[in-house]
Write a protein that binds this ligand. Structure first.
Ligand SMILES: *[C@@H]1O[C@H](CO)[C@@H](O)[C@H](O)[C@H]1NC(C)=O
Ligand SMILES: *[C@@H]1O[C@H](CO)[C@@H](O)[C@H](O)[C@H]1NC(C)=O
Length: 334
């Protein structure tokens, strides 16, 4: 009898292990790569069937100017949490029981969201890395801040597959003189999370200072860019990149997908390919006008003929960007 119990227990533990490891069974290439996410796990079927998926390529000439888009509000206080190498990405997760959670609101958002995690996507070479593209230009990296709808849901795991559950804030990463010292709090910990499963505590990170100094953004409705690709995300892509140094980029490129014993391949190139737009609208609040008048004096409307153009970023990686250039990714031709 006790032997049967033992066997049953072993089977149960194994089954539990397998179901628990769905989370770990996906990759960015090969037979568990993005094209197969929706087949690996039935709960992730949106990865293959969805029609409002992320990331996307932003086409400057199809942007819709929306004068009713407000500024994005982002709480100023600092957060603590864990930086973790998950084997698929580098992820920072905020401490659950922190008294001061960071609220995100305004912009295109109808609800107040609570900051939860940061995903780091980056390339092993400078010509790839970001998930979103601007006029088919890929940046060396993309930092995504995710929050969940705190007015409707209790936590991220509940919110991510529910209506209006998630906000994704996307910061394109360019290589150059770092714009803010605060990013160092994270980048200096890259060598502490070399292998899958390793994590390192990060204290007093002033999140809001990671954001580029612009209130210009693009926004559209899409999905989480990792499984299960739930179509519950409002995306906000700021119109200026943030800068990290060559040394910091070198450090993050050394991270590995596997454990110390079987490091497998480098963690980088962890970007999902761009997904079809399927007639979605990408809205923007970018409204440069030659006279420098406030937008309200111009009586802008949804139908005004605005033409946007993407910045031509030099291709050679030897070209170093200086933060003082402070280039926007998109501008307007009148
Ligand atoms: C964030 O929102 C919560 C309510 O959801 C509120 O209690 C808290 O004061 C807000 N934080 C700040 C800094 O405004
Ligand atoms: C999230 O909230 C739901 C609903 O309240 C709860 O059942 C679940 O245990 C929570 N999950 C986590 C990870 O806290």
């Amino acid at each position: 009898m006790s032997q049967w119990l033992l066997i049953l227990t072993i089977i149960f533990i194994n089954v539990k292990d397998i179901s628990g490891s769905w989370e770990e069974w996906w990759t960015y290439d090969g037979i568990s790569g993005p094209g197969f996410w929706g087949l690996i796990n039935p709960q992730w079927s949106m990865c293959n069937k969805g029609r409002r998926q992320s990331p996307i390529n932003i086409e400057p000439d199809k942007l819709l100017f929306d004068p009713w888009l407000r500024d994005v509000q982002f709480d100023k206080h600092k957060v603590s949490g864990m930086l973790q190498n998950t084997g698929q990405s580098l992820v920072f997760r905020v401490e659950k029981d922190s008294k001061h959670q960071v609220n995100i609101s305004g912009g295109p958002l109808s609800y107040r969201y609570q900051f939860e995690e940061i995903y780091f996507h980056y390339g092993l070479e400078d010509n790839r890395g970001s998930e979103h593209q601007i006029d088919h230009h890929t940046f060396p990296g993309e930092i995504q801040l995710y929050g969940f709808n705190k007015e409707l849901y209790h936590n991220m795991s509940e919110a991510q597959h529910k209506s209006q559950g998630v906000v994704g804030i996307s910061l394109m990463v360019q290589i150059g003189e770092p714009t803010n010292k605060e990013l160092r709090i994270i980048t200096s910990a890259f060598n502490k999370v070399m292998f899958r499963g390793s994590s390192y505590p990060i204290r007093n990170l002033p999140l809001s200072t990671l954001l580029p100094n612009t209130q210009q953004y693009l926004t559209y409705e899409g999905s989480t860019t990792h499984p299960g690709c739930w179509e519950t995300a409002v995306w906000i892509i700021f119109n200026k990149p943030i800068y990290i140094s060559k040394q910091e980029m070198y450090a993050i490129r050394r991270l590995m997908q596997g454990s110390q014993l079987t490091p497998k391949a480098p963690l980088g190139n962890n970007a999902r390919p761009v997904q079809p737009l399927h007639h979605r609208t990408v809205r923007t609040n970018i409204n440069f006008n030659k006279q420098g008048l406030p937008a309200s004096n111009n009586c802008p409307d949804m139908y005004r003929n605005m033409h946007y153009t993407a910045t031509q970023w030099p291709r050679e990686h030897s070209m170093r960007y200086r933060s003082t250039e402070d280039l926007a990714m998109l501008s307007m031709i009148n």
